[in-house]
Structures are given as structure tokens and as C-alpha cells.
Design a protein around this ligand. Structure first.
Ligand code: 13P
Length: 342
């Protein structure tokens, strides 16, 4: 294996090291504004920097977190003392990741569906991110469930873009995290989520194969199989765990080094409980199952912080607690009583 391939193997393995997961803090400008609106603070550059410093420079995070996914603005920012964020992460043994998609647009000719943009100029941007310290990248495709959607056209367009992005990442020495997200916003049943997630994953791995993307240097980030938020029949923890594992076994090659989940709007504690149930009930899967949550890790911490300097330590402790609970969930050793203890 040549040096660059060894590098990709080491990075991919480190991203899903035993008992570790990923913190996603890559909210775009509109998304971080939404989060800041919820605590009544302005989304300006300094507030975003201060909040990201709290998340990035949290003592002890390296015990539970293998990587953090940053946004373009964040990878160029630094602590108040002037140390760059990628350097702070590196000192804690945490890999720097970078979101490289340019968000979603309406999919032409397909009402209600989205396609992710960002391939133009991507090769050049990836080289710059690598120089800034990134070791892995993320691209998110969004699949919406509705009456007559998703269409094959939407799934194929999005999975093709993911494969082209992944090939460019591997060429640039970055591990691609491929993220097809089947949204949980509708009123669909868990069975419908299963079938849409299944075809999405089969299409993704077919496209990766056709574009000569190496699975062994690719991390899958995906939704859990859950009913839509508006579905009258919600599912229990064990059912979500069983359906999610079954769907992955059906569609994900064994050569993938690891699978991480997004939280997608699940509460912090439920996202942890679901991950724990999968690992507790299925200890010997072909890949480690871990987390790459945004909201389910950050939400309690963001609330505690409230934009105030005097709350930083409390907010960091809250974040560390969630990181620890999810780390234990990767090992199937989390219990809900751990929440009371906190
Ligand atoms: P959530 O866990 O909040 O869904 O975010 C994860 C993510 O990175 C979405 O792209």
C-alpha cells in the first residue's frame, strides 16, 4: 500500500476507534442562526467563534471523540489566545473534519425534492482544507419521504454526486464521510423509512463502486430507521435498533471501516439509547456502529451556555457528559440511570 493509502486507512480506522465517535459542529450560516435564535443571541462572527471554541477546546473530549466536523468559517478560526482550531483539535488527538457540500437546492423537475450542490471547484477546495489540517470531509444528501417521493431520479442524482465527491476526497488524501440522510419529518411508518433507506444505500454503494471509490477508505454516516415524527405509530427503542441493524446488514458492504449515525431531530437521550441498543444486542457486526451527532450532542450544552461567558464551564461539562454517554453506547454499556447521575 502506498503512503497516501496507508494514511487514509489510519484516518478511517481512527474515526471509528473503539468507544469513540464524532461531534458534528458544521452548521451553515442559516443553521447556526436558527440554533442561536433559540437561545436569543445574535449570529455574528465572534459569537460563532466563542461557541465553537467552547465545543472544540473542551478538556477531556479526546477520551470520547475521535473527530469533529467543522464549517468553512470555523476551520479558519482560532481560540481567543490565537491558536487555530485544527491545532487545538490535534493537541487533543482529535481529527479535523470539514463539511464540503454547498447545501441543497430544489431538484429540477422534481417538486418537493432536493439535490446537494458543491462539486464545481471541489478539487481545489479539498487541497486547501487538507493544508488547513483537515483529514476527513463530509457531504450530506437529503432524501425526503412523501406521497410520491422519493423518486429514483432524486436518489440517483444525489448518490451520484456523493460518489463523485468521495472520489475527489480520496484523490486529495481525505477520508470521505458519505452522508445520505433520509429525513424523519413526515408521517411515514418505520417500514417506509426502512425501504427508502435500503434503496438509498443500495444506490449509494452501486454509485461508489461505479466511480471506483474504495469502500475501505470511506465512512458511512446515515440516519437510523425510525418512523416519521408525525406518524401516529411511534416505535420502541428495540424496534428502531433491530430495523436499523437489519437494513445496514442488507445494504452496507463489510469492507466499510465504520458506520456513524446522525441524530436527525431525535432527542439527545433517545439518540444515545438507540445506539446503545444496537451495540448491546448485536456485538459482532461487520463494522463498528458509532455516532456523528450534531443536535443530539450540542442541544443541552447550547441551552446551558445561553451565550454567556460565565456559563462556559457548565456547558462544557454538559457536553462532555453527552459525549461520554454516547461513547458508552458505542460499547453497549449505557444505561438511562447515567442521566440522573449527571
Ligand atoms: P444532526 O445529528 O443534528 O442530525 O446533525 C448531524 C449532521 O451532521 C447533519 O449533517
Amino acid at each position: 500500500m502506498n503512503d497516501s493509502l496507508t494514511g487514509l486507512s489510519v484516518t478511517a480506522g481512527a474515526m471509528v476507534a473503539k468507544g469513540k465517535g464524532i461531534l458534528a459542529i458544521d452548521e451553515s450560516f442559516p443553521s447556526i442562526k436558527k440554533r442561536f435564535d433559540s437561545i436569543g443571541i445574535e449570529s455574528n462572527e465572534e459569537n460563532r467563534r466563542a461557541y465553537r471554541e467552547l465545543l472544540i477546546a473542551n478538556p477531556g473530549a479526546g477520551d470520547y471523540i475521535s473527530g469533529m466536523i467543522l464549517f468553512d468559517e470555523t476551520i479558519r478560526q482560532a481560540t481567543l489566545d490565537g491558536v487555530s482550531f485544527p491545532e487545538i483539535l490535534s493537541r487533543q488527538g482529535i481529527l479535523t473534519g470539514i463539511k464540503v457540500d454547498a447545501g441543497t437546492s430544489d431538484h429540477a423537475g422534481h417538486p418537493g425534492e432536493k439535490v446537494t450542490e458543491g462539486l464545481d471547484g471541489l478539487r481545489k477546495r479539498l487541497l486547501e482544507y487538507r493544508q488547513l489540517g483537515a483529514r476527513f470531509a463530509k457531504w450530506r444528501a437529503v432524501i425526503t419521504i412523501g406521497a410520491d417521493i422519493p423518486t429514483n431520479a432524486c436518489i440517483e442524482a444525489n448518490m451520484h454526486a456523493l460518489a463523485r465527491y468521495a472520489a475527489l476526497c480520496q484523490e486529495s488524501g481525505l477520508v470521505p464521510m458519505v452522508e445520505p440522510e433520509v429525513l424523519m419529518d413526515g408521517d411515514n411508518t418505520i417500514d417506509r423509512c426502512y425501504s427508502v433507506t435500503r434503496i438509498t444505500l443500495h444506490t449509494l454503494f452501486d454509485m461508489l463502486y461505479r466511480q471506483d471509490v474504495r469502500c475501505e477508505h470511506t465512512i458511512l454516516k446515515v440516519n437510523m430507521v425510525v418512523p416519521g415524527k408525525l406518524c401516529p405509530q411511534q416505535a420502541g427503542i428495540d424496534e428502531v435498533a433491530a430495523q436499523t441493524v437489519q437494513c445496514l446488514l442488507d445494504a452496507v458492504p463489510a469492507s466499510i471501516p465504520g458506520v456513524v449515525f446522525l441524530s436527525g431531530g431525535q432527542s439527545a437521550e433517545l439518540a444515545t439509547a438507540h445506539l446503545n441498543a444496537m451495540n448491546a444486542s448485536c456485538p459482532s457486526l461487520p463494522w463498528p456502529l458509532s455516532f456523528s451527532y450534531g443536535r443530539a450532542l450540542q442541544a443541552p450544552c447550547l441551552k446551558d451556555w445561553g451565550g454567556k461567558k460565565e456559563n462556559v464551564a457548565k456547558a462544557q461539562a454538559r457536553l462532555l457528559h453527552r459525549e461520554k454517554c454516547n461513547s458508552l453506547a458505542c460499547l453497549g454499556r449505557y444505561t438511562p440511570e447515567m442521566e440522573q447521575a449527571a
